[in-house]
Design a protein around this ligand. Sequence first.
Ligand code: NAP
Length: 324
Amino acid sequence: MTHEKIIIIGAGPAGYTAALYAARANLEPLVITGDKPGGQVSITHIVENYPGFPDGIGGPEMVQLFHDQAEKFGTRYSYDLVSSIEVDEGPPYTVKTEIGETYTADALIVTTGASPRLLNIPGEEALTGKGVSYCATCDGFFFKGKDVVVVGGGDSAIEEGLFLTKFASRVRVIHRRDKLRAKPILQERAFDNEKMEFVWDTVVEEIFAGENGVVNGVRVRNVKTDETTRLDTDGVFIFIGHIPNSWPFEGKLEMDDNGYLITDDHMQTNVEGIFAAGEIQDPVWKQVATSVGQGTAAAMAATEYLAAKEHEQKVRRPAAVPGD
Ligand code: NAP
């Protein structure tokens, strides 16, 4: 069993940034990266909306820079997946991993992010990054003048679909019901937008590629008539919800009905000394820039928390009197 001052669970933009700040505060953080280091950014072709990179930066390159910068100041990495934490007896808290390691830590920062919910249909995985996307903000630009379909009927599908109309010549929203779940104001904007069309009561069952290995169509089925048709399209944007990666914390940390961790204005969860940052506690903004900000705040709050604890212990344990 190894004891750490602070463990950061998860290595996306929030986790790397929390590690950078904790390292520069001499906390020698250990980052347990999870099974997908870099998170959603690492599957993003190019990030063009992160300040400081006017020409954009490749997702994998950005992740490498985040990693190296935190490491330069003393961050250590363990390429392992946290399976559970114990909080009842803490602090210190116990962290267990998939490969059987057990750690204790005086503070934790949870930055495990969220994963896009997948359709789990043929073609989806193989064509991700080749016309299948889960991020309009990241990839919309590549569909200038092209035809795309959006799958889903919630706020994300409609908001991202509206964003795509800035680039695409046509955006068809394929929704499994005949009513959108999205907010009325978003629905109004979508119905008013002449580039947006709706394919109701329909599910996507397969995604096809042309000879060049890039998406060129989808097979859809009308759930009311059972009729199956092929729609030609250049891109498939899937927005059927996100799943926060909070399963190791179930029953341990407070979360909302959708599984997002609940934090206070110091990024602290309901358990003292356990902080959270990035998408695991943010169902709304979900940007690299916002996750970086939240990671910064969580690390600063954790640093203050650890300093206060240390001070408390010193006050409780008065210095030895010479001669004693
Ligand atoms: P969501 O609200 O859960 O909507 C998911 C959509 O995908 C629903 O329309 C659902 O259909 C559909 N869907 C789910 N599984 C499917 C499947 N297997 N096949 C086909 N369709 C499927 O998710 P979200 O849109 O990502 O929003 C998540 C949260 O973030 C919400 O609380 C939302 O309000 C919030 N959000 C807010 C904003 C904003 O305020 N601007 C923007 C984005 C997100 P059904 O409708 O039939 O269930």
